[in-house]
Design a protein around this ligand. Structure first.
Ligand code: ARG
Length: 484
């Protein structure tokens, strides 16, 4: 058999530059396991339908299985002249078992073949990334449980705003990531249809059993339209968009880790295993992993844009442009998977400093809202109460004080309703505990949220504590700096 699957019509070899330009095997050889599974399902169906003799199908299956082992063991020789993963495998098959290998491609085109491979790959990759997210959620649940009693400033506009619990902040990270997980699994569910039988674009004259190949490959059903099946890549856009969203979440978490590990904040010390030093400044301990996670987000967003722009002008059915879908999809999954793992390690082993957070709570007037609420609860319209509290803050700023330094007389000078109970409202613990609504930072609410998250994870058959142990998650905040 000629290596040229399109054989007869062509007299000249492909130009060298054209070959180098169009060959994709360097990238798509990664689809070999999916390609071989798809081919085996297809040829078994061809035999069951009486389209090829059973003995020929058996020889093809055996040949493909042997090739699969060679590829797994790194012994398979990939040939750039054979363009892509599909032709490398098929040509090698025919070299091994003879012309009968040529029966594999009956009623099939590389167009429905590559669509099948990519759907299988993406389904598995979405599920694998979702499982990685679950591991990070498990670590967050355990770290939250160890930090329930650590108060920290909550920020808006990166200005100290109101006190919260560190655990509440860690659980905020978990929520966005869990939605990313849901989006990936939605994508895996929606893409789960088999293109096989769509052939080049218009189906085939052979009496294929499309439901049989769909079932064999774990697809819920065959695709409904042959033109759509070979020409649509929206499932790749969807997966990559979910990954870009996840990367942006990871980048924002990373930014907080970078910020919190500055000397200015001092809220966290990353473990030595996830930081590096400087070759010139001996005192440096850089949060490189978080910085790289933040930086690599650009790649994933780029991967999404790459796909969308590649698809934008394409007429329906298959166009060769689509070969360019693989690199961005592989890159997006690889980057997010590695980022999830490295950040899970960073978060598991980071030492949070209760002292530094406590110090940050002292200045910054995080109790100014408490003063306004205290008045509002006693019938003062909230807007007026807000104004009074603002004037008290201004007084403190002028005199270098905090609100609890003021005397009752100073409070009363701004509003006659103040009495001594205002001082009780200025306590940070009290302020947090009074935020006792579902989704809020009060202790019982946070404990319930941790339980709820653990419940979600065990519903997914995840052993939260085992995962946390695997990442060496610290049970509590930094024991050297505080007494938790
Ligand atoms: N390597 C090609 C791709 O990834 C396979 C499909 C080629 N189909 C074609 N008609 N040339 O898109």
């Amino acid at each position: 058999m000629s290596d040229k699957a399109w054989g007869g019509r062509f007299e000249e070899e492909l130009n060298d530059v054209a070959l180098r330009y169009s060959a994709s095997v360097d990238v798509d050889s990664r689809l070999a396991p999916q390609d071989i599974r798809g081919s085996i399902a297809h040829v078994r169906m061809l035999a069951a339908q009486g389209i090829v003799p059973q003995a020929d199908a058996d020889a093809i299956v055996a040949g493909l299985e042997a090739i699969a082992v060679e590829i797994r063991e790194g012994r398979f020789v990939w040939d750039n002249a054979r363009e892509d993963v599909h032709m490398n495998i098929e040509a090698t098959l025919s070299e091994r078992i003879g012309a009968v290998g040529g029966k594999l491609h009956t009623g099939r085109s590389r167009n429905d073949q590559v669509g099948t491979d990519m759907r299988l790959f993406t389904r598995e990759a979405c599920e694998a990334t979702a499982a990685r997210i679950d591991r990070m959620l498990a670590v967050l649940a355990v770290r939250a449980a160890g930090t329930v009693d650590v108060l920290m400033p909550g920020y808006t506009h990166l200005q100290r705003a109101q006190p919260v619990r560190l655990a509440h902040h860690l659980l905020a990270w978990a929520e966005g990531l869990d939605r990313d997980r849901g989006r990936l699994l939605d994508c895996a569910r929606r893409l789960n249809e088999s293109p096989l039988g769509s052939a080049a674009l218009a189906g085939t004259t052979f009496p294929l059993d499309r439901a049989m190949t769909a079932r064999a490959l774990g697809f819920a059903q065959p695709t409904r339209n042959s033109l759509d099946a070979v020409g649509d890549r929206d499932y790749l856009v969807e997966a990559t968009a979910a990954l870009a969203n996840c990367a942006v979440h990871l980048s924002r978490i990373s930014e907080e880790l970078v910020l919190w590990s500055t000397q200015e904040f001092g809220f966290v010390r990353m473990s030595d295993a996830f930081t590096t030093g400087s070759s010139i400044m001996p005192q440096k301990k850089n949060p490189d992993m978080a910085e790289l996670a933040r930086g690599k987000t650009g790649r994933v967003v780029g991967d999404l844009v790459n796909l969308l722009v590649m698809l934008k002008g394409l007429p329906y059915a298959y166009n060769r442009d689509m070969q360019e879908d693989k690199a961005p999809v592989f890159d997006a999954f690889d980057t997010v998977d590695d980022t999830l793992d490295v950040l899970t390690g960073c978060i598991a082993t980071a030492a949070f400093s209760r002292d530094a957070m406590q110090r940050a709570l002292r200045d910054g007037f995080l109790d100014a809202t408490e003063v306004a609420d205290w008045l509002a609860e006693r019938g003062v319209p909230f807007r007026d109460a807000h104004h009074v509290s603002g004037k008290l803050v201004a007084l403190c700023v002028r005199e270098g004080k905090v609100l609890s330094d003021l005397s009752l007389a100073e409070f009363q000078a701004e509003h006659p309703s103040f009495d001594a109970s205002i001082f009780g409202a200025l306590d940070m613990e009290t302020a947090v505990e009074r935020r006792d609504l579902p989704g809020g930072p009060a202790r019982q609410r946070v404990l319930a949220a941790i339980q709820e998250l653990r419940g979600r994870l065990s519903g997914r058959e995840l052993d939260v504590d085992a995962v946390a142990a695997k990442f060496s998650a610290r049970p509590v905040v930094d024991p050297r700096r505080e007494q938790a």
